[in-house]
Design a protein around this ligand. Structure first.
Ligand SMILES: C[S@@+](CC[C@H](N)C(=O)[O-])C[C@H]1O[C@@H](n2cnc3c(N)ncnc32)[C@H](O)[C@@H]1O
Length: 322
């Protein structure tokens, strides 16, 4: 079976769940039995070859994160992995939601306050509404968005991301952040690199170990973007609760996921390696829930004091290229 056939088989059997998946996650409270609820979307409908090609026999960050956010695009291995991760880090659901909310606010800031209309989002994840293009195009209908991910399952769901409008455009590139030239080349079909671009690396870089030189990769991408471009990064850290996050990293390693948690200085360095170095906008590098909470969507307020740094567990910041 080819990759395309495996993808089609998967897509056919996930379409049943599309309606439910499209309910906005922010407004969909997790039932108390969320983690124990039996799932009907499972590997039993994929044959063995498709399971191998799509890598669903092992936990994968995109699907594990989807499960933690209450999504349906996940498999038994992902759910087992998520269960173990939540046992190690019981606030994983809070952290995932705060991370997603940071993405919404950073996107809103880029459009409304920085006047950006082009986005390059690498490490997109399984579609979860509102997706980045929906946030951007709600304020700026002509916004253009290129999504990039290396997970074959995210690829099969890309269609849900390509729901632009007449003025704006949305595209999907199947690529690995470790191949930045391929990303830039493919993104150029949709984005005009003569105009500022908001590069969005949300909860991605902690999956890139030092051996792959993540700081060099980010600098390479930013160096190709014109002045006025921005970089939004969120990154898992053990700074706020070292024992818990070390336990989480061990659990992930046992699932085959290498988690490169980085301390504040290492995360800040993502803004400093490009030429010129980026200027962090206020409030600088902070925990996800602390980044411009007042930009929260009306109806989903960020309640002060409801989340602590140890629960958020993720650094977040936005830098601008001068
Ligand atoms: C935790 S999810 C984050 C999704 C989304 N950015 C968010 O924050 O809501 C991490 C995503 O990064 C993707 N990813 C991991 N390693 C990658 C790589 N080397 N190249 C491209 N994408 C990658 C995974 O497939 C997954 O979709």
């Amino acid at each position: 079976m080819s990759d395309a056939d495996a993808g089609r088989q998967l897509e056919a059997h996930t379409l049943h769940f599309a309606k439910e998946r499209h309910a906005p996650v922010a407004r969909r409270p997790l039932p108390p039995h969320h983690l124990a609820r039996p799932r009907h979307l499972g590997s039993h409908r994929l044959n063995n070859a498709a399971q191998d090609r799509l890598g669903v026999k092992r936990a994968h960050p995109a699907r594990l994160y989807d499960y933690i956010l209450g999504g349906k695009t996940n498999y038994p291995a992902d759910r087992r992995g998520a269960g173990a991760a939540i046992e190690a880090f019981p606030d994983a659901i809070v952290a995932a939601r705060q991370n997603r909310n940071f993405m919404h606010r950073a996107t809103r800031w880029a459009v409304q306050e920085h006047g950006i209309r082009q986005f390059l989002d690498i490490g997109t994840g399984v579609p979860t509404e509102p997706n980045l293009h929906q946030v951007a195009q709600a304020h700026r209908p002509d916004a253009r968005v290129v999504y990039v991910d290396n997970d074959p399952i995210v690829l099969t769901h890309a269609r849900a991301l390509l729901t632009g409008n007449d003025a704006g455009r949305t595209a999907y590139v199947d690529a690995d952040v470790r191949d930045p030239d391929r990303i830039l080349e493919r993104a150029a079909a949709t984005l005009d690199f003569g105009e500022p671009v908001a590069l969005s690396l949300i909860a991605l870089l902690h999956f890139i170990t030092d051996a792959d030189e993540p700081h060099r990769l980010v600098a390479h991408l930013m160096d190709r973007l014109p002045p006025g471009s921005t970089l939004a990064v969120s990154h898992g850290t053990e700074d706020f609760d070292p024992p818990t996050m070390r336990r989480l990293a061990e659990v992930c390693r046992a699932q085959g996921i290498e988690l490169a948690l980085r301390i504040r200085a290492e995360t800040q360095a993502f803004f400093e390696h490009s030429s010129p170095a980026l200027e962090l906008v206020a409030p600088g590098l902070v925990a996800t829930h602390e980044w411009r909470p007042t930009l929260a969507r009306v109806g989903v307020p960020q309640l002060p004091g409801t989340v602590g740094r140890a629960e958020a567990a993720v650094w977040a910041g936005v830098g601008v290229k001068s």
